[in-house]
Write a protein that binds this ligand. Structure first.
Ligand SMILES: Cc1cc2nc3c(=O)[nH]c(=O)nc-3n(C[C@H](O)[C@H](O)[C@H](O)COP(=O)(O)OP(=O)(O)OC[C@H]3O[C@@H](n4cnc5c(N)ncnc54)[C@H](O)[C@@H]3O)c2cc1C
Length: 388
């Protein structure tokens, strides 16, 4: 039966016809193209690259950006796409988040005309893939401490350092590398094949197995001044990209949570224990389902309000921290409760729950951990920063 989504509280009535149409397109893509192959991709630790051309064709890459072939969708439409993609797999949504929010957005916001002309149409159409190199082996939650340097030498910049946990690293044609210069942190577009730039994959992941995660190495890697994003100045530039991506995560995890909830709800009506009664007839089971649908509904409303505010240019980074932190924690708990309701079957990949659960552990950590977003919210309400 076709997936119908999860809407307990008529949240759909708050969406326009256009928004519903975009969601339907993304939903059909996920159901028909992504869901049928994602389990094997996850087993084989393989990124389904064959899905990129159609996602590009449907306008999913940089969907909420304007110009250079981008679809100029509203932020709510963009969020709904993230939701439907993450229903299939967080790794697929991660690919689209990195490409759009972490590579195309900074080029559009901080790049030169030449950089925009060269990269945005290629990235939008999926002819080129990008990655975003901020995290280092010793600096994750605190990127301000980064050790990667870019030193000016005549007309060139010489980059040295290591980046790690970089989504899309080994498949990327272009890496946006953040580095320390004499003048503060700056962003550089490093093309695959540049001398001194190498990438390698991180293996042994039990999470995000359908997504490529890599390390980047820069050893006396020379790029021209034309590789530097001219308008990106200081740490606030990469942080502004993360705000874009976190907004998409706040929506995306709804898809994973809805898939877990719906799987558990249906299973509980079919699975019989004790006197041939469905497990759904037990109060303890219903309590779990009631918790899940309540939290999903609250998270849907939070995401929608965030999207409306973003469309009005009123969404602030501290709002996005609450959205990301709340919705990821909600999705992770839904995955755990759903896994429980499926009993032993819940641990197999015959059902999507354990895959979502493992993926959501990454989603809790990347793009600002749960703790870091708590500190952002704490600073906002007290005026006192508590990061150190
Ligand atoms: C699959 C995957 C894909 C990723 N993709 C990318 C990517 O494309 N680009 C990129 O740049 N990075 C990427 N990352 C990296 C990710 O952003 C970092 O893992 C994240 O920022 C956390 O850093 P860390 O892992 O070094 O953990 P740490 O910073 O070492 O944190 C470890 C623990 O300490 C806690 N902690 C740290 N500081 C504080 C504090 N002040 N107060 C309270 N608690 C604290 C954290 O909350 C966490 O619980 C990815 C990570 C994963 C797993």
């Amino acid at each position: 039966m076709a997936y119908k989504g999860v809407d307990y509280f008529a949240v759909d009535s708050l969406l326009s016809d256009q928004e519903l149409l975009v969601r339907q397109t993304a939903r059909r893509f996920s159901s028909e193209q992504a869901v049928p192959l994602i389990r094997d991709c996850y087993r084989d630790a393989r990124f389904p690259r064959e899905l990129v051309p159609e996602m590009a064709e449907l306008g999913f890459l940089g969907a909420n950006l304007e110009g250079y072939g981008c679809a100029a969708m509203s932020n709510v439409e963009y969020g709904l796409i993230m939701q439907e993609l993450e229903r299939a797999d967080s790794g697929l949504r991660s690919f689209v988040s990195v490409q759009g929010a972490l590579v195309m957005f900074p080029i559009l916001a901080y790049g030169s005309d030449e950089q925009k002309q060269k990269w945005l149409p290629a990235l939008q159409s999926g002819r080129a893939i990008g990655c975003f190199g901020l995290t280092e082996p010793d600096f994750g939650s605190n990127p301000a401490g980064m050790r990667t340097t870019a030193r000016r030498e005549g007309a060139c910049w010489v980059l040295n350092g290591e980046k790690t946990w970089i989504t899309n690293g080994t498949v990327a044609d272009i890496a946006l590398v953040w580095a320390r210069t004499d003048d503060g942190i700056r962003g550089f577009l490093v093309e695959r094949g540049t001398v001194g730039f190498t990438t390698s994959d991180i293996h042994g992941k039990w999470s995000m197995r359908a997504s490529v995660t890599s390390s980047l190495s820069l050893a006396d890697c020379r790029v021209g001044e034309d590789a530097r994003l001219p308008e990106a100045k200081g740490l606030k530039a990469p942080l502004s990209c993360l705000t874009q991506a976190r907004f998409g995560i706040g929506w995306g995890v709804l898809g994973a949570a809805m898939d877990c909830y719906e799987t558990a709800r249906e299973y509980s009506t079919l699975r019989k224990q004790f006197d041939d009664r469905p497990i759904a007839s037990h109060q303890l089971v219903q309590e779990k389902l009631a918790w899940m649908i309540t939290e999903i509904t609250k998270a849907q409303l939070l995401a929608l309000h965030a999207g409306r505010l973003k469309d009005q240019k009123k969404l602030e980074p501290a709002h996005v921290s609450m959205l990301k932190r709340n919705n990821v924690a909600m999705a992770l708990e839904c995955a755990r409760l759903s896994r429980d309701l499926l009993g032993a079957n819940g641990i197999t990949d015959e059902y999507p729950i354990m895959r979502h659960l493992c993926n959501l552990e990454t989603v809790k950590t990347y793009e600002g951990t749960d703790h870091i977003h708590a500190l952002v919210i704490g600073e906002r309400v007290t005026g006192v920063p508590a990061y150190k």
